[in-house]
Design a protein around this ligand. Sequence first.
Ligand code: P6P
Length: 340
Amino acid sequence: MSQNMLITMDEFTIQETRKFPQATGELSALLRDLGLAGKIINKHVRKAGLSDILGQHGATNVQGEEQMKLDVFANDTLINILKNSTDCAGIASEENDDHVCYEDTYSANSKYVVLFDPLDGSSNIDVNASIGTIFSIYRRVSELGKPCTEADFLQPGNKLMAAGYIIYGSSTMMVYATKLGVNGFTLEPSIGEFCLSHPNIKVPENGKIYSLNQGNTVKYSEGMQNFLNFCMENKKEEGRPYSHRYIGSMVADLHRTLIKGGIFIYPADKSNPKGKLRLQYECNPMTFIVEAAGGKGSDGKGNILDIIPTELHQRTPIFIGSKNMVNKALEFVQEKETVA
Ligand code: P6P
């Protein structure tokens, strides 16, 4: 795309806002704030090996996971930028026990709240694999003018106003979805702007890649093991065996799935009977994005977006990606309901 054809994310969101005369531009402003946070985090991710920001922070988060220094930096960056925004009443972070209300008048009168996983896949930081920031934007259900409440952060994914991620990969991209669809923006470092590079992303209905931690196979249910065998069957006429790709960083695995098609699975197993990945910080936003692009996300029984959250940090199994591949996996899993 030639330089003079570049459309920045801000220009794009403003054009989108023009389609709704009643729109106030607050959602666009919030996306801009999240893009700014992504640029700042990106700056530190890109030079992590040269500054004292690699390695462990020396504390554990609410998940009981070792916090990396970049985790803490990314979390603090997002909290501070959204606090200074005039469009966010409060946040909930995968790294924090509880939600955070912004007490100033502007924030208390804002109609949105944001949830985020500040740096997902951070165990990959020290080996320079792609990592990402995942965010969700909900319209608050609590009274404007008053502090936000936990109920604002326990809404099902089908109430999402927007969701997206920033992937710090071979290039830095911001991908976000609204009910209008999914668009991807690549950071152009020379102007410091995310520019439209992947308009109207659609997930292919079929794919040839399955993505899961195959080391967990022995802990899978019989149905999951049968699906794995199906993926590895030598049925060339049906495009199998499929290719197995697993980066161990959900944003990277899901970005590939969104672009190329395929299926990503983190099912329930003996060690994680409720699954490992977090509903509010990883599975709901990613399912919202994939379904806005024509794909599907399920917990093995129903649609992830229909789950009514009861705890901020609850986990869920996830089957997500190309619609036909997810349906095939669910056929195998639902045939044998119980975990082995
Ligand atoms: P495992 C990273 O820690 C993460 O939360 C996701 O980004 C990733 O998909 C998953 O966990 C990897 O988990 O058990 O395969 O290392």
